[in-house]
Design a protein around this ligand. Structure first.
Ligand SMILES: Cc1ncc(COP(=O)(O)O)c(C=O)c1O
Length: 373
């Protein structure tokens, strides 16, 4: 047998495009204040934990059987939630769910991307879009953004016309910048994408519950090539659950079923998500608190003297640092973990509890003093 350490990834017959690459992953360091992965800092309330236990126990009694392959009850409740909060009526036929919105996005690229096809995103943006493109054999095009990180609609239209991508990603609010996109900008890019190919436009709304703006969900009406992707990882405080979903024309829901694995969403996941949806109002109450904390971070960081990008998400991008990694490390040395997303000069902090945010602000105040010295 060959000793483990002598065989590396590149010694295996892996696909060419995976050679020399590293897996996605933010550092999971054991420090007192972890504000690096845009999680919700509030644990689920005990009443919800008890309800999850009840619903999971019920599901456990049927675990000898495969789960509902079409997750109809869960999709019905997600549709109800979207209708209530998205200012647009959505039915079960419009909704599809998977293990995190990453899996939703992967299924979309398996369906509408793939070998010989391309997808575009306007960067800096959520780096998994490019990685899921790579994993599905979809060519990746890095589209432009304004210097101040807003979407540059004219430049984006031009890039779409030039590259004629099969899939267009619009992330609103965008990660890591926090910037939201107006409905008329999405419509302009949708028109450009239809004129160029036509192609699918995927609006990634992972953070929309934290936005000052309304959801772009109503735009799916009459636009079968537009998909809105959502997650329970952020607003529902359930990153560990792994539940993402999309809303679109029923034909899109039918299309992704061509690539989904059978029974991809376990009975335990479905039961847990249903329990969480029963507690929507309580969980959205935490979102209101976090929005207040996010706005406080923006104000205080500016008062300290940092440049701060306007944020519609549960995180804030701030800078500018002559040496981004050194700044990240100095903040870490004070027990606070933020994220270096590889945007030169800028770091990103997730809004935590008031106490965590105070610890972060103390750390960056000291950092600013050091920089001034
Ligand atoms: C913009 C965006 N989309 C999607 C996701 C994926 O979320 P999940 O797979 O947990 O639903 C994230 C996670 O950070 C994100 O930032």
């Amino acid at each position: 047998m060959t000793p483990n350490e002598t065989v590396r990834i590149d010694d295996l017959p892996v696909r060419d495009e995976l050679r020399g690459k590293s897996p996605y992953g933010a550092p999971q360091l054991d420090v007192p204040v972890q504000l690096n992965t845009n999680e919700n800092p509030y644990p689920l309330p005990e009443s919800l934990v008890a309800r999850i236990a009840e619903r999971v126990a019920e599901a456990a009694r049927g675990l000898n059987r495969y789960p509902d392959r079409d997750a109809v009850e869960l999709r019905t409740e997600l549709a109800r939630y979207l209708t209530r909060t998205g200012k647009h009526p959505v039915a079960v036929e419009n909704v599809w769910a998977a293990n995190g919105s990453n899996e939703v996005l992967q299924q979309l690229l398996q369906t509408f991307g793939g070998p010989g096809r391309t997808a575009i995103g306007f960067e800096p943006s959520y780096s998994m879009h490019a990685l899921i493109a790579r994993g599905t054999g979809t060519g990746w095009i890095s589209g432009p953004r304004h210097e101040d990180f807003r979407l540059d609609v004219a430049a984006a239209e031009k890039a779409i016309a030039e590259h004629r991508p099969d899939v267009v990603f619009i992330t609103s609010p965008n990660n890591p910048t926090g910037t939201a996109v107006a409905a008329d900008a999405v419509l302009a890019l949708y028109e450009a994408a239809q004129a160029a190919r036509p192609s699918m436009v995927v609006v990634d709304e992972a953070y929309v519950e934290f936005s000052h703006r309304d959801s772009l969900l109503p735009l799916i009406e009459g636009r079968p090539n537009l998909v809105v992707s959502r997650t329970m990882s952020k607003a529902f405080g359930a990153a560990g659950l792994r539940l993402g979903y999309l809303a679109a024309h029923p034909a899109v829901v039918d299309a992704v079923q061509l690539v989904r694995l059978p029974y991809h969403l376990s009975a335990v996941t479905q039961a847990t998500a249903l329990a969480a949806l029963e507690h929507t109002d309580t969980l959205l109450g935490y979102v209101e608190q976090l929005k207040g904390e996010r706005d406080r971070l923006v104000t205080e960081l500016r008062a300290i003297g940092f440049e701060v990008t306007d944020s519609d998400a549960n995180f804030v991008q701030f800078g500018k640092f002559p040496d981004t990694h050194a700044a990240w490390q100095r903040i870490l040395d004070r027990g606070v973990l933020v994220r270096d997303n590889g945007v030169p000069g800028w770091l990103r902090v997730t809004a935590g509890t008031p106490e965590e945010n105070d610890a972060f602000l103390d750390a960056v105040r000291e950092l600013m003093k050091e920089q001034e010295r």
